[in-house]
Design a protein around this ligand. Structure first.
Ligand code: S3P
Length: 165
């Protein structure tokens, strides 16, 4: 297997699970948002504020395309990576895609006191989460494995992944 890619809405546990899985299988861990920050030398909120979402989406696609050229990596993507078909194509061609789901209530609880997600700073949190989930309906189902993380521990999620065919 070339790579394992995680997709999923904000707050579904991609980074936590991705890191825990990496510890178990010893592959390289790459978070595409961290890679963007490294390349741009500024934070995600700064990029959104100064150049806007469209510019950020270009960077995100570039990083996914670059990362997909290598092997044996666990790659966690931002929640909006599914918005572009080309991103999913790169992931599908070069690895196994795991989608993490969670209920809107669990997502809201997990992201509530975090200020690093520009798309959730634009209005009332509950409304924003429901609106984005509606806009993205179905996009998080395009995966080889779907796991609902709402009531599972990180260890249980990692075990499910390791048991997957
Ligand atoms: C986004 C999710 C964030 C980050 C950016 C946009 C999205 O990543 O990429 O704020 O569009 O859902 P996480 O899913 O890791 O929070």
């Amino acid at each position: 297997m070339a790579n394992i890619f995680f997709i999923g809405f904000m707050g579904t546990g991609k980074s936590t699970v991705g890191r825990a899985l990496t510890e178990r299988i010893g592959w390289k861990f790459i978070d595409t948002d961290q890679e963007i920050v490294r390349r741009e030398k500024r934070s995600i909120p700064e990029i959104f504020a100064s150049q806007g979402e469209a510019y950020y989406r270009e960077l995100e696609s570039q990083v996914i395309a670059d990362v997909a050229r290598n092997d044996n990596q666990v790659v966690t993507t931002g929640g909006g990576a599914v918005l572009r078909r080309e991103n999913l194509c790169h992931m599908r061609k070069n690895g196994f895609i795991i989608s993490l789901h969670a209920t809107p209530e669990a997502i809201i609880e997990r992201v509530r006191n975090q200020s690093d997600r520009p798309l959730l700073q634009q209005g009332e949190l509950t409304e924003q989460v429901h609106r984005l989930l509606r806009e993205r309906a179905g996009l998080y189902d395009q995966a080889d494995l779907i796991i609902d993380t709402t009531t599972l521990t990180v260890r249980e999620i990692v075990e499910q992944i390791l048991r997957a065919p």
